[in-house]
Design a protein around this ligand. Structure first.
Ligand code: SAH
Length: 208
C-alpha cells in the first residue's frame, strides 16, 4: 500500500471509520477520479473539496461514517439523494445490490454517471432530478442516504423507507452546524438517533 493510501485509511480510522468492509472499499475506490484534475493531489486529504456547480465532494471520513451506519449488505436496494461527484455512490454500489441516485444539477449528474461507467460500476441508476421527493417508482428502499441538509426529514423519503429500513441524513439550517441523524422505520413508526455534528450544503427543491 502506498504511503498516501496508508495515511488516508489512518485518518478515516482516527475519525471512527472502523468497519473493515467500508475501509476496504474506500481503499479501492479512487477518490482522485471524482475531483477535477487540479485537485487530484489533494484527493486523499480528509477534507471536502469543491466540485462543479458550487457544490462539494463530502469529507471522506463523513462518507465512511455514513456508509458504516447504513449497515449495508449485498441484497439491499439503496436510494442516494445528492450524488454530487458520484464518489459516495461508488462506495455504496460496492456494498449493496443496486443504488438509485438522484442529483439536482444536470451537469453533475452527467459527470458522475460517466465517472462510474469509467470504473465499470454498473449497479447504479443515476438520474437528474429532485431527490427530496424520493423515487416512488423504485420504492421501498432498504436504505436511504441524503447528502444535503434539510430542516426536517422529507416526508416522501420517510414514506419510501421499507419497514426495518434505515435512513441517514443531516438535519439543520445551512448557516448553522447540522446533526447527522439515523432514522429507523419500525412496525409502528420511526426512531431517531443523533450521530454527529456535520456541515452539508442545503437540500434544495426542484432541479437545476
Ligand atoms: N456525496 C456527494 C455530496 C455532494 S454535495 C459527494 O461526495 O460528491 C450534495 C449534493 O446534493 C450536491 O451536488 C447538490 O446539488 C445535491 N442536492 C441538493 N439538493 C438536492 C435535491 N433536492 N435532490 C437531489 N440532489 C440535491
Amino acid at each position: 500500500m502506498t504511503p498516501v493510501m496508508e495515511a488516508f485509511l489512518g485518518a478515516l480510522h482516527d475519525d471512527g471509520v472502523t468497519d473493515p468492509k467500508v475501509l476496504d472499499v474506500m481503499a479501492r475506490i479512487p477518490r482522485d477520479h471524482f475531483v477535477e484534475p487540479q485537485l487530484a493531489p489533494r484527493a486523499y486529504d480528509n477534507l471536502p473539496l469543491p466540485i462543479d456547480c458550487h457544490q462539494t465532494i463530502s469529507q471522506p471520513s463523513v462518507v465512511g461514517l455514513m456508509t458504516q451506519e447504513l449497515g449495508l449488505d449485498s441484497r439491499m436496494k439503496v436510494l442516494e439523494v445528492g450524488a454530487g461527484s458520484g464518489y459516495q455512490t461508488a462506495i455504496l454500489a460496492s456494498l449493496c445490490r443496486r443504488v438509485y441516485a438522484l442529483e439536482r444539477h444536470g451537469a453533475l449528474a452527467m459527470k458522475a454517471r460517466a465517472r462510474l461507467e469509467a470504473l465499470g460500476i454498473s449497479n447504479v441508476i443515476l438520474d437528474h432530478g429532485d431527490g427530496s421527493e424520493g423515487w416512488p417508482r423504485h420504492a421501498p428502499f432498504d436504505r436511504i442516504l441524503v447528502a444535503a441538509a434539510a430542516e426536517d426529514p422529507p416526508r416522501p423519503l420517510l414514506d419510501q423507507l421499507r419497514i426495518g429500513g434505515v435512513m441517514i441524513l443531516p438535519i439543520g439550517e445551512e448557516s448553522t452546524l447540522q446533526q447527522l441523524i439515523k432514522v429507523t422505520r419500525t412496525e409502528d413508526g420511526f426512531t431517531y438517533e443523533e450521530l454527529l455534528t456535520v456541515r452539508f450544503v442545503p437540500l434544495l427543491n426542484g432541479s437545476a
